[in-house]
Design a protein around this ligand. Sequence first.
Ligand code: SF4
Ligand code: SF4
Length: 380
Amino acid sequence: MKYRYGNTWFDTVTLRISVGDTPEDCSAAVPPVPASEVKAVQAVVTRRCNLSCSYCNVMLSGDTPDDMTFETADSVIKAAEDASPGRLVMVTGGEPLLVPDVTFHILERVDAPKVLFTNATLVSPEIASELKRMRVSPVVSLDGTESVHNSQRCGSWARAAKGLDTLRETSVSYGISTVVSHHNHQNISTEMEELYSRFMPASMGFNILHWTPGSFDPISAEAYTDAIGRVFHTALKHGIFVDQIARRIDPIISGVYRHRDCAALGGKIVFHPDSRISNCISGREMKDWSGRMPVLMEYCADCPVAGICGGGCAWDAIHLGGEGKPDARHCMWVKHILNLFLEDVAKHFPKGPVSRGKLKKRYGCLVTRGGSALTGSIGH
Ligand code: SF4
Ligand code: SF4
């Protein structure tokens, strides 16, 4: 199928782009779905946290605030050993540095790539050195400059900034993960530039709020779409890797159709502190959500962005879209990013087909995580 935006054409299956001219042949079949090998192993080592951010989905899940045992941690290590080569191990919480013994028990025993999701308020020089030695890539939650961050994250900016400075002084490559909501969406470009120049992260992420029972109060789909569009332009201006953007642009540059946006659609195991396992961090049972891949959803049959979308977050789709439908917020912002991308291509390339090599030259910075052992998305 072919899709046109302005003066630019996009083959929705081969993901090839042509400026001005209509592509000759747009009849390629969608590539087969790759087997669902385990690509991601996630350990929720504790449900406790030293902060209590208003939108925290761990806090809102209603589970008991318990810690992982060493026995369950050993199951995590075994699952990582048995997983496909190149699988990602993610250690998260709550705040995982509240239980350093279990956290480092896992991180010490699994090979890279491995990511620690933390609020960074407990990062000491000793912890930073250990993370460096173990080749761990931390991803730190930071929602913007001091007053913006403090408005939602319990006044923790100074402590988080100190933790980030310590990581940087220890030459640990880290990412910053930002929740985009009422407190920061209007000034997101400025907040992003300030964070980037102050902390020089290897990657950034700008997340829409996941569905939670009870107090779910996200910004509108339009507001998030507008914000992520501004993130796209800021990323391009400074050459910043942004997880949500990279996952959309990488299929176009590499030519690899994106069937699954999240490994929860096939290929993820999450270990919870009470030893339950699930396919999704928000769920508590192992479920087969492969039917939520766009290629298998009737709703997605004529969608122009199906090859770069991957279906988005299945948890949100189930709770906000319903049976057989995606999360409409995801569809809206992914289409907007494709349109902005095609608009930019039209501005910078002459009439005719645009090769993947040429695209890589201009947009490679958006899909390469700078200065890190990790080269791709780490799921901010
Ligand atoms: S953007 Fe929405 S409609 Fe399109 S493929 Fe993705 S989930 Fe389906
Ligand atoms: S389905 Fe959504 S909530 Fe679950 S692991 Fe994936 S992105 Fe996270």
